[in-house]
Design a protein around this ligand. Structure first.
Ligand code: MRU
Length: 348
């Protein structure tokens, strides 16, 4: 997607240096973070310089390729094994990370060049999947549609294009009137900061809403469809996504509003029979207690929002049962969230 008329991916590699859009600074500053070593890329994933399942998968793939180039011939296998463990321990929930690392690790067993080629292939495939999800998802969007989305599953959350916002981009390109309600998505505010920034740049009509406003808007008939991304989808169609998704899905069901999940096939974890065993990341309580934003001179400050001395808990994701999901929009088409459809999708 374009920023100031220049095309960017959220993650890419030049030589063996991984480049990432610094998402912790958006929307206030646009900066590129350069990760020279695979451990720098791991830190960037952990500290959420890059985030979102597809972008994490892309960064992890490049990290694995970087590790292959950093390894010495005499200790090659041990080094890449250790690197794989380190990369996989950065963030536990998004399946794309594990999918990518596995594929690039296998290629790295042949050579660093094979690893790099595979990582680049995966990055390109992730960007292409986003565009195809957009085209498939556009089919469920009529003219004058009001969409609710949660967190950020736009191009920043992917190598390019996105998942939940991809149908919105295609519909807008085709001249449909679309309006997006972006949940702010506390505690890290990916909706208020990143989704809003993307939509604003694309000149797509939208409004940020407080997380607790969504139910009331649904009750008033202001939302036609709920669309989110996914971090991991189990073989029965249960979906792990940003904390708060479950609540929106329950309310949407109550008001008869369709809930579509968008994801590339690389987000489906075929080894997981249902969502119960998905490893839900627990993040620092400080994300609940504090927020960072700019002053009038665009200088960033961190301020406390909560009672000093109180504890906070911060689960980063929740699991929505398949029964609340109308369909999963993938690069290969829209499927029902059940074992049979998912198996058929994975085997075609
Ligand atoms: O913690 P994050 O920002 O990495 O969370 C990921 C997300 O942005 C969402 O859960 C998203 O809907 C799925 S990622 C395409």
């Amino acid at each position: 997607m374009k920023v100031n008329n220049q095309h960017y991916r959220s993650v890419w590699i030049e030589g063996t240096t991984v480049h990432l859009i610094e998402q912790n600074l958006l929307p206030f500053k646009f900066q590129i973070f350069k990760a020279k070593k695979y451990t720098d890329t791991c830190r960037a994933i952990k500290e959420m310089v890059t985030r979102g399942a597809g972008a994490i998968g892309g960064a992890a793939a490049f990290a694995m390729a970087q590790a292959a180039y950093e390894a010495n011939a005499d200790n090659y296998k041990n080094f890449i094994n250790e690197a794989r463990n380190t990369i996989e321990s950065t963030r536990p929930t998004a399946y794309d990370l594990f999918y990518s690392v596995e594929a690039v690790y296998k290629a790295a067993l042949k050579s660093p060049e094979s690893a790099m080629q595979k990582a680049q292939e995966l990055a390109d495939a992730n960007a292409a999947a986003g565009r195809a999800i957009g085209e498939n998802g556009n089919k469920i969007l009529s003219n004058n549609v009001n969409i609710l989305t949660h967190c950020n599953a736009g191009w920043l959350a992917f190598v390019d294009y996105g998942s939940a916002l991809a149908p919105v981009y295609v519909a807008h390109e085709q001249g449909k009137n679309v309006f997006v309600y972006a949940d702010e998505t506390r505690p890290r505010s990916q909706g208020a900061r990143l989704t809003a920034w993307e939509l604003h740049n694309q000149e797509i009509p939208h409004a940020i809403i407080a997380d607790n406003a969504a139910a009331s808007l649904m009750q008033q008939g202001k939302i036609d469809v709920l669309i989110t991304g996914a971090d991991r989808i189990a073989a029965n169609g249960d979906v792990a996504n940003k904390i708060g998704t479950l609540e929106k899905a329950i309310v949407a069901k109550y008001y008869g509003i369709s809930f579509y999940v968008t994801a590339p096939i690389s987000t489906i974890d075929p080894g997981l029979p249902n969502g119960k065993k998905i490893n839900i990341e627990e993040r620092s309580a400080d994300e609940v207690h504090y927020a960072t934003g700019p002053d009038a001179e665009n200088k960033l400050h961190t301020i406390r929002l909560s009672n000093p001395g109180s504890e906070a808990i911060n689960p980063a994701f929740d699991v929505t049962p398949a029964s609340l999901v109308k369909g999963i929009i993938t690069e290969k088409g829209i499927i029902e969230p059940n074992k049979k459809s998912i198996l058929a999708l994975l085997t075609t």
